[in-house]
Design a protein around this ligand. Structure first.
Ligand code: C2E
Ligand code: MG
Ligand code: MG
Ligand code: MG
Length: 280
């Protein structure tokens, strides 16, 4: 293929391309060892009931601290780890860590864990979920797996079979980033979702943008019709939250309500209240 290009083009691009390929290879390599080297940590972002304003659960979000590169964002390293397959080990680590963490909370709050298409389609994924629940002694109803629509298109028959087995354990399934996939509506009908997480692009300025508001109302109507709660992602302003409250959106998550952080930042939510405040 390179032979078809002019010699000058070839000479010009080669060093840049070679550097990019080297960089990518080194990331792939480092990702394969990041779990054992202890470079990952999990941050937690609260999910809130809109009507009561109370925290009902947390989403677990993965962070990679690379020894030389510093913090590498998940939108960069998750796709690479999916291509090389290292997401399987990484995702298993996330599942074990988060279930163990959630099982230690005094309050039986939900823990939402992102699951990649590669994990969902890997043989033994349902068994892994079951094993982790048994080992950590976490009640299945407290675990929610977040799955994007794009994760379903690879092999819908297999994905459906796996989701059904996981659901049969009592684990909940949320459709993540709703509205950004290929065929959101047919996916809602075909797969056993328990919740719709509407993508944050539909929340941005929902209080002032008529089109965004119309879409948001339609999704909330859809949720009501299907009996599925809707969670709004990426809520950043109190005006956006007020809109969601007025439209009876069930749950919200976003920087306004809490940025992802170490679980230690949120202990007051995971512990039962004690003392005088409790009796009041
Ligand atoms: P996601 O599952 O849709 O997660 C929500 C993303 O939105 C997170 O980005 C979160 O930090 C960000 N976010 C939350 N509230 C706000 C807000 O008010 N404004 C804005 N602008 N952003 C907000 P993050 O942590 O960078 O994660 C990006 C994506 O990486 C996630 O999207 C998810 O698809 C993936 N990811 C993260 N952790 C994991 C994991 O453990 N496993 C897998 N398979 N994917 C993961
Ligand atoms: Mg998510
Ligand atoms: Mg999302
Ligand atoms: Mg996302």
């Amino acid at each position: 293929c390179a032979k078809n290009h002019g010699r000058g083009v070839h000479r010009f691009f080669e060093p840049v391309l070679a550097a990019q390929i080297r960089d990518r290879r080194s990331l792939e390599h480092d990702l394969r060892h990041a779990v054992e080297r202890g470079e990952f940590r999990i941050v937690y972002q609260p999910q809130m009931a809109v009507d009561s304003g109370t925290v009902v659960g947390f989403e677990a979000l993965l962070r990679w601290q690379h020894p030389e590169r510093g913090a590498v964002p998940p939108d960069l390293f998750i796709p690479i780890s999916e291509e090389t397959g290292s997401i399987l080990g990484i995702g298993e680590w996330v599942l074990r860590e988060t279930c163990r963490e959630a099982a230690s909370w005094e309050k039986p709050l939900r823990i939402a864990v992102n699951v990649s298409a590669v994990q969902l389609h890997a043989p033994g994924f349902a068994e892994l979920v079951h094993e982790v629940l048994v080992v950590t002694d976490l009640s299945p109803a407290r675990l929610e797996l977040e799955i994007t629509e794009t994760a379903l298109v690879r092999d819908p028959v297999r994905a459906l079979a796996t989701l059904r087995r996981i659901k049969a354990m009592g684990v909940r399934i949320a459709m993540d980033d709703f509205g950004t996939g290929y065929s959101s509506l047919s996916n809602l009908r075909a797969f056993p979702f328990d919740k719709i997480k509407i993508d944050r692009s539909f929340i941005r300025a929902v209080d002032v943008n008529r089109e965004t508001a119309a879409i948001m109302r339609a999704v909330l109507g859809l949720g009501r019709g299907l009996g599925l709660p809707v969670l709004a992602e990426g809520v950043e302003t109190s005006a956006e939250l007020a809109f969601l409250g007025a439209e009876n959106c069930h749950e919200a998550q976003g920087y306004l309500l809490g940025r992802p952080g170490p679980i230690a930042h949120f202990v007051e939510h995971t512990r039962e209240a004690q003392g005088a405040a409790d009796a009041a």
